[in-house]
Design a binder for this molecule. Structure first.
Ligand SMILES: [Zn+2]
Length: 215
């Protein structure tokens, strides 16, 4: 590896450690070994050891309405900055920029409690945004674009008005579907609605009831 590439890797590792993601994520993006990253982390944070342990899944990141609002705000910024390409690859620069903006907007809105979505959780969401239906954005006629996570405990409804919308923005494949009839319901959406509606309410959405009682 050239000296320039090595320098770029170390530079990216420092950016990511300062940003605050787990060192396992830094390792994934830089290829630098865990012991070197741990040493780098300690050097940056005055001897403090990096956090270890298992990372949450997306459905563990988005558990409450508040989380949905925060995830929606962050992911909207990320997609806006990173463009539709973020449905295919993780854009680290867009991740860091959008997360900083997310914190600024949160502060402007008067949120004083620390965000549930930290840098590592933000990375988990952008990682899973690339996987069809695991993390997706839905557009509501009320103007809100909100996040939906596969197997989330909440009903996948608009946090602003409560409407139940079908996915419109998702992977690059879904992006190409925009403009088609809204009655198009993918099989994955049916299983999604079925799983989420089951424990929460007796009356089901049209697509969920169709899946639960096939005729
Ligand atoms: Zn709405």
């Amino acid at each position: 590896m050239s000296r320039l590439s090595q320098h770029a890797q170390i530079s990216l590792a420092i950016d990511l450690i300062l940003f605050g993601v787990r060192t396992s994520i830094v390792q994934l993006h830089t290829g630098i070994s865990a012991p070197i990253l741990r040493a780098l982390y300690r050097e940056i944070y005055n001897g403090e050891a990096p956090v270890s342990g298992q990372m949450a899944e997306s459905d563990g990141v988005v558990c409450t309405r508040q989380d949905v609002i925060e995830a929606s705000l962050f992911l909207n910024l990320y997609v806006h900055i990173g463009t539709a390409r973020v449905y295919r690859t993780i854009n680290i620069e867009a991740l860091i920029r959008s997360y900083k903006l997310f914190l600024e907007l949160r502060a402007e809105a008067g949120f004083v409690c620390p965000p549930k979505i930290g840098p590592t959780e933000a990375w988990i969401l952008v990682r899973d945004l690339r996987i069809r239906d695991v993390v997706s954005l839905r557009s509501c006629p009320c103007g809100c674009t909100y996040s939906v996570v596969l197997k989330q405990r909440l009903l996948p409804r608009c946090p602003a008005c409560g409407a139940d919308n079908e996915p419109t923005i998702n992977s690059s494949e879904s992006l190409s579907r925009i403009g088609r009839s809204s009655s198009t319901v993918s099989p994955s959406l049916i299983s999604f609605a079925e799983e989420d509606d089951m424990p929460l309410k007796p009356q089901r959405t049209r697509s969920a009831s169709g899946a639960a009682n096939p005729s």
